[in-house]
Each structure stands twice: as structure tokens, then as C-alpha cells.
Design a protein around this ligand. Structure first.
Ligand SMILES: Nc1ncnc2c1ncn2[C@@H]1O[C@H](COP(=O)(O)OP(=O)(O)OP(=O)(O)O)[C@@H](O)[C@H]1O
Ligand SMILES: Nc1ccn([C@H]2C[C@H](O)[C@@H](COP(=O)(O)O)O2)c(=O)n1
Length: 229
């Protein structure tokens, strides 16, 4: 068991496997895990419930001022609460997924959540943090920065298989269109757009299984930190 501080920033577009592999990598590294996408999804759920228009940035900002978000950092147990309500399932649904890029493009939403992300990371000591702007904006001094990529086709296929397994239907074309739409919105927005940090290591997961990706990422962390594997 290591107790030396370690921050791993994991960024990349939707469906590259960030959540699946970050959670397992964190366990292998004896570290905490933070899913920042889940935080933007909870903010989006609150915005949707408040009924404001998604093109009204001021109203979105007002809707999240009192966001009662609780997010766990234990990689073996997902905890995502809005107030006392477990919203871990609802935030993955189609309504939130469609709206999340619009809400996450609003500056005050980002300021609120980035502050919280930095606090959680600094309290954890050892942590894997995944999102879109972790290596570039949230934790620019992270010890290791990884940028996961995969073709849009591979990502849509994975997401569609996940939808089928979870009873959310089988519509590859719609899933691919949503993946491409979110890639475009996330990488072209004015604030903290999705892009690799200059000092990140890019890992293409298109032709790797989950275990192969985790082995590769563990190797990168060991190489970058000088740890023995
Ligand atoms: N290397 C892989 N090979 C096959 N399937 C994978 C691989 N990585 C992830 N998956 C599967 O792809 C789906 C999406 O993975 P995951 O949710 O981890 O991606 P993500 O990058 O976190 O996406 P998002 O940013 O949208 O949350 C899941 O069903 C996961 O099991
Ligand atoms: N650090 C982050 C994390 C996420 N987002 C936005 C962009 C995504 O489309 C959305 C949902 O993330 P996911 O659950 O798919 O990882 O949240 C962001 O802007 N910055």
C-alpha cells in the first residue's frame, strides 16, 4: 500500500472508457476516484427540474447556486446524491445526456464545480480524476495526465451495447449521432474545451479491451512517477 500523494488526470471524449478504467485504475493504485462528468450531470438534472430554458445562461446559473450535490470518491462504491436523493441512475438517462453539454458550457456552473473538484482532490491525497478539462484547467499540476481516445464508431458501439444491456434500447445510429454531437459541443465551447494537455500521454482504446487499457495506463503512471510496477 502506498500513501505517497498522487494525482492522475484522465481526460477524453465520451465513451472512450474513462469511467470504467479510471475506477479500476484507482483501485489498483490504492487511490480515490472522482467522476467530474457525474457532477455536471447532477447540475443538469437540477436545471431540468427547475424548468429553465437551456439557452438562458443566467437562469441556468441561478438554478445551480444552491446545488446540494454529494459525490463519493470511493472507487468501489458509487455515491451521487442531489439533496438526499440517489440520482446515480437518472443522471445517465437520455434527457440529462442531451442537455449536459449546454449546462456545462455555462461559466458559473464550471466555477462552482471546479472549486469542489479541487477541494475533493486535495483532500484525497491519492486520486484519479476523470473529465474533459482535468489536465488542462482543474488540476494542471497533476502528476500524470492521460488523454484517452477511440474512434467515434467504437465509442458508439460500446455505448449502444451498454444501452441494450441496461434495457435502454438498441439504436446505433442515434447513439453515434449523439456521440458526435457531444464531441463537437465539448471540444468547440469557449470555456475549458475538451483537448489534450500539452504534457499528457494519449492512449487510443479503440482496439484494446478494458483490462488491456488498465494495464497500459498503469504502465504510464509507473513510468511517469518512477514507481516500480
Ligand atoms: N476498452 C474497452 N473495450 C470495450 N468496451 C469498453 C472499453 N472501455 C469502455 N468500454 C465500455 O464502453 C462503455 C462506455 O464506457 P465509459 O462509460 O467508461 O466511458 P466514458 O469515457 O466514461 O464515457 P462518458 O464520458 O460518456 O461518461 C461502457 O459500457 C464500458 O463498459
Ligand atoms: N470535467 C468535465 C466533465 C464533464 N463535462 C461535461 C461534458 C460532457 O458531455 C458531460 C458529461 O460528462 P460524462 O458523464 O459523459 O463524462 O459533462 C465537462 O464539461 N467537464
Amino acid at each position: 500500500m502506498s500513501d505517497s500523494p498522487l494525482i492522475v488526470a484522465m481526460d477524453g471524449p465520451s465513451g472512450t472508457g474513462k469511467s470504467s478504467v479510471s475506477r479500476k485504475l484507482a483501485q489498483r493504485l490504492d487511490a480515490s476516484y472522482l467522476d467530474t462528468g457525474a457532477m455536471y450531470r447532477v447540475a443538469t438534472l437540477q436545471v431540468l427540474r427547475s424548468g429553465v430554458e437551456l439557452d438562458d445562461a443566467e437562469a441556468i446559473a441561478a438554478a445551480v447556486v444552491d446545488l446540494a450535490l454529494t459525490i463519493g470518491t470511493d472507487p468501489t462504491a458509487e455515491v451521487v446524491l442531489l439533496g438526499d436523493e440517489d440520482v446515480s441512475g437518472e443522471i445517465r438517462g437520455g434527457e440529462v445526456t442531451k442537455a449536459v453539454s449546454a449546462v456545462s458550457a455555462v461559466g458559473s456552473v464550471r466555477e462552482l464545480l471546479v472549486d469542489l473538484q479541487r477541494q475533493l482532490a486535495s483532500n484525497a491525497g491519492r486520486i484519479v480524476v476523470e473529465g474533459r478539462d482535468i489536465g488542462t484547467v482543474v488540476l494542471p499540476d497533476a502528476d500524470v495526465k492521460i488523454y484517452l481516445t477511440a474512434s467515434a464508431q467504437a465509442r458508439a458501439q460500446r455505448r449502444n451495447e451498454q444501452n441494450i444491456a441496461e434495457g435502454r434500447g438498441d439504436d446505433f445510429d442515434a447513439v453515434l449521432a449523439d456521440v458526435e454531437r457531444r464531441d463537437n459541443l465539448d471540444s468547440t465551447r469557449a470555456l475549458s474545451p475538451l483537448r489534450p494537455a500539452d504534457d499528457s500521454v494519449t492512449v487510443d482504446t479503440s482496439d484494446l479491451g478494458i483490462d488491456g487499457v488498465i494495464d497500459r495506463l498503469h504502465q504510464v503512471v509507473c513510468e511517469r512517477t518512477g514507481a516500480v510496477r
